[in-house]
Write a protein that binds this ligand. Structure first.
Ligand SMILES: *Cc1c(COP(=O)(O)O)cnc(C)c1O
Length: 322
């Protein structure tokens, strides 16, 4: 295996400079009720208030900002029905370049409409007959378009690391930091930042219990592949970590924990009722883990990244009222 050139905190700093004036500097919110429940000081970095509703804007905008003039003219392609697609579509619009988003034929109409609303072209594929990665790569090679993957890319993960940079700048060093984990773009970027700005801080990734490939990979020391997990945390339904993301996670992360769907729903209810925030299930992974581990957090300064807030109102209501 060739050794990868892993990005560093300098890449996160460069990303932060590119994002200035384009990304929201999201708020850090707290809850006295929660601090009492956990017996700690908890700081939430609220990426549910990021543009397009999730941290994915950071990595997408950073990646597209680095395109050459020739790449800008040809545009970008991404395959995703979720937050990465929205992040790419919005970033392309802001930077004035064409974007094609490859989405499954059964993607929610609202998501397709939102993506088109950002001016992107939506290419529909049959998820049972075709392979979206193959389609993305074919479009990329036929039309000279640049493919930006959702997590395993140095510019994507460096962009994601800017959220934790803002958090540490605002609240100072922390004892523990929790970040949701899907393919590892957010966690690996957060790791670069944490090791640079708060080297003593314990950094934990949290993924859905039904899809604990990251935990297995971390403990085994090699990337483990799984079937698409069944979980309400649709932002973390990934089948495996990436080479870049795993390279950083295995080196810089302290451990990986899991949360069940029921625990995610409890966290959604807490955010809505106590903190007046709508958080999507995947965005609740950090709080769910912190609540489970509260005995180990007593008296500590704890950071939790809320990764996003994109969920249909009907779905939100049915989950919290069940
Ligand atoms: C994509 C996403 C994640 C997981 O991020 P990775 O970089 O794939 O680990 C977590 N939460 C939300 C809301 C997301 O959109």
């Amino acid at each position: 295996m060739t050794t990868l050139n892993l990005p560093t905190f300098a890449d996160v700093e460069a990303a932060a400079a590119r994002l200035a004036g384009f990304a929201n500097r999201t708020p850090v919110n707290t809850s006295r009720t929660l601090d009492e429940i956990i017996g700690a000081e908890v700081f939430f970095k609220c990426e549910n208030f990021q543009r397009m509703g999730a941290f994915k804007f950071r990595g997408a905008f950073n990646s597209l900002s680095k395109f050459s003039p020739k790449q800008r003219r040809a545009g970008v392609v991404a395959f995703s029905s979720g937050n990465h697609a929205q992040g790419i579509a919005l970033s392309a619009k802001l930077l004035g370049m064409p974007a094609t988003i490859v989405m499954p034929h059964d993607a929610p109409a609202a998501k397709v409409a939102a993506t088109k609303g950002y001016g992107a072209t939506v290419a529909i594929y049959d998820r049972y007959k075709e392979d979206r990665e193959a389609i993305g790569h074919r479009l990329a090679s036929e039309q000279g378009i640049t493919l930006i993957p959702p997590y395993d890319h140095p510019d994507v993960l460096a962009g994601q690391g800017t959220a934790a940079k803002e958090l540490f700048e605002e609240v100072g060093p922390l004892d523990v930091l929790f970040a949701p984990l899907g393919g590892g773009g957010l966690l690996s970027g957060t790791a670069l930042t944490t090791r640079a700005l708060a080297p003593q801080c314990k950094l934990y990734g949290v993924e859905p219990e039904a899809g604990n490939d990251g935990q297995q990979s971390f403990r085994r020391g090699e990337i483990v592949h799984i079937e698409t997990p069944k979980t309400i945390a649709d932002g973390a339904q990934t089948q495996h970590l990436g080479d870049y993301t795993f390279g950083i996670i295995r080196r810089d992360v302290d451990d990986i924990f899991t949360a069940t769907d029921a625990e995610l729903v409890e966290a959604m209810k807490f955010f809505a009722s106590r903190m007046k925030m709508i958080v999507e299930p995947t965005g609740c992974l950090g709080l769910a883990a912190a609540l489970k581990m509260k005995e180990t957090l007593k008296g500590k300064r704890v950071g939790v990244i809320i990764s996003g807030g994109n969920i249909d109102l009907e779905r939100f209501c049915s989950l919290v009222s069940a």
